[in-house]
Design a protein around this ligand. Structure first.
Ligand SMILES: [Ca+2]
Length: 515
């Protein structure tokens, strides 16, 4: 048991006792069959359900509204007992008429199971409505307990600021989770900031700290403290430098919303783009980024042929006539080769998929290593593919090859994941190129957030955080070796960001992309 864990335990106990002393606690169950049912929702009998009844919610039809009463305004845990025999599904949830996350996800389950969410409720009567969206589902009851304490969270937890190269404000997302936020301090002085609400997350804000303040900071690693009225402060670390380092390998996960586009400046000055995002995103975010940084693209790898991965191919081929494009047909699983100075190992390719599982199951997933640093690209593979990879490397007694520093989430963590695989690869950083709907997928909210991340934090101590580019912006990873690497986030997508572009003047002249 580590020190930090003990500290959290005491704070949690203290707050629970404090909250219990302050407010009457609630432990209430409302049967779905007693809730207010609209449209196509029907009550069914089943001895395995609580009170022998449940309601059946067909896809996109109807809603179930639970009425609950609480003694005081606070955050409460909501447990929804459900059964979803066919597949994962997602439903809208509205708390007193307001929807936050576009949907909440329910993973496939043949037996009755409870999923936990938490939300702010007000003194007196509250309406909690489940509105049908995607997939058929059986609902047994809603259980409410609380008040509960969920600690506040920030993303990213650290960043870099280059005084002579950045002119952009620093943006951090703060999920307050109903903890009363006081202020931000740095060396005991108050930090100026602007706060804006995040529409899809309840009680979350973006915090913007202006560059004019950051320019006054001394060089070095420095700590900002987010202070709360009744909750332990949380630190944010900023590394202030004069200018950016010029590493051998730079990996840039571009924000292309729901889709993937990862740009790499390789050790021998060549450039690679892994997937293009959709045509619209390629036009809006990828091509302008390449132009703004005077990048000439040498290679394009397409992990699989879905529009959110290959939609920009014609645009890129038109712009770079010499572009060398390959896809999942061109690689064999277990093939290992040198690619422009990077050691590449193919983990999943076209031959691993099939028509039943679909195009995603064929997508390229691979490991790239340089000087001991490992980046793993998940493509859009499913949990089943991850399970096969895990079995294969267990059999070979080479699980060490799966361990990675950065994991680019498979299927944006929108699809299925294999929990054992994610625990085994043990990354320091997860990159999840999704969008708001990620909060409606059980793969991310339950398997990753509630199971994998806490496991890695408590057992392996390598995990730093998971980053969603749609929340934090472009993510830039600079790699010298496994001991010397760092990452930065850039919220403002249309700004020039400082990074090494080693391509020669003659190549720039050829494409007429000079400043
Ligand atoms: Ca029931």
């Amino acid at each position: 048991m580590n020190h930090r864990w003990i500290q959290w335990l005491f704070i949690h106990l203290y707050l629970s006792i404090y909250l219990m002393g302050q407010f009457p606690s609630v432990n209430q169950i409302v049967e779905a069959e007693d809730a207010f049912l609209q449209d196509s929702i029907v009550v069914k009998r089943d001895p395995s359900a609580r009170n022998k009844h449940f309601v059946y919610m067909p896809e996109k039809q109807g809603s179930v509204t639970f009425q609950v009463e609480v003694g005081t305004t606070a955050r409460y845990a909501l447990y929804i007992a459900y059964r979803s025999s066919d597949a994962d599904n997602a439903q809208h949830i509205l708390i007193n008429g307001k929807e936050y996350a576009p949907e909440i996800g329910f993973s496939v389950s043949r037996n009755w199971t409870e999923i936990r969410h938490s939300a702010g409720l007000k003194t007196g009567q509250n309406n909690i409505e489940l509105r049908a969206s995607w997939g058929n589902m059986d609902i047994d009851y809603l259980r409410i307990t609380g008040p509960v304490f969920d600690p506040p969270e920030i993303t990213p937890v650290q960043n870099f600021y280059y005084k002579y190269q950045n002119d952009t404000d620093l943006v951090i997302q703060l999920e307050k989770n109903h903890n009363a936020f006081a202020n931000i301090t740095h060396n005991n002085r108050t930090v100026p900031f602007q706060s804006d609400s995040v529409w899809y997350l309840e009680d979350a804000v973006t915090i913007t700290i202006p560059s004019r303040f950051l320019d006054t900071l001394q060089d070095g690693r420095t700590e900002f403290v987010f202070n709360f009225n009744h909750t332990e402060s949380i630190p944010f670390h900023l590394n202030v430098c004069e200018s950016a380092p010029e590493p051998d390998w730079t990996i840039i996960s571009l924000d292309v919303r729901h889709g993937t586009a990862v740009l790499m400046c390789l050790p021998n000055e060549k450039t690679l783009l892994i997937d293009t995002g959709t045509e619209a995103m390629c036009k809006k975010n990828v091509l302008p980024f390449l132009d703004r940084h005077y990048i000439i693209l040498d290679y394009l790898w397409i992990t699989h042929h879905h529009a959110d991965h290959d939609g920009g191919v014609p645009l890129l081929q038109q712009k770079y006539p010499d572009l060398v494009m390959t896809d999942y047909h061109d690689y064999q699983t277990d093939e290992r080769f040198d690619f422009e100075g990077i050691d590449v190992l193919i983990l999943n390719s076209h031959s691993d998929g099939n028509d039943t599982a679909g195009e995603n199951s064929r997508s390229l997933s691979f490991r790239m290593a340089y000087q001991g640093f490992v980046y793993t690209h998940g493509g859009d593979i499913y949990g089943e593919n991850q399970q096969r990879i895990l079995k294969s490397y267990t059999r070979k007694n080479r699980l060490d090859l799966l361990k990675t520093h950065v994991y680019h989430a498979n299927h944006h963590f929108h699809g299925s994941v294999n929990i054992s695989y994610l625990k085994t690869i043990d990354p320091c950083l997860f990159l999840v190129s999704g969008e708001e709907h990620i909060y409606g997928r059980a793969a991310y909210t339950h398997h990753v957030k509630q199971t994998v991340l806490p496991f890695l934090r408590d057992n392996n101590h390598r995990l730093i955080e998971d980053l969603l580019p749609f929340e934090v912006g472009h993510v830039v990873i600079r790699v010298q070796n496994n001991k010397n690497w760092q990452y930065e986030t850039y919220y403002h997508l249309d700004k020039k960001i400082p990074f090494l572009n080693p391509q020669s003047q003659s190549r720039r002249d050829h494409y007429d992309i000079n400043p």
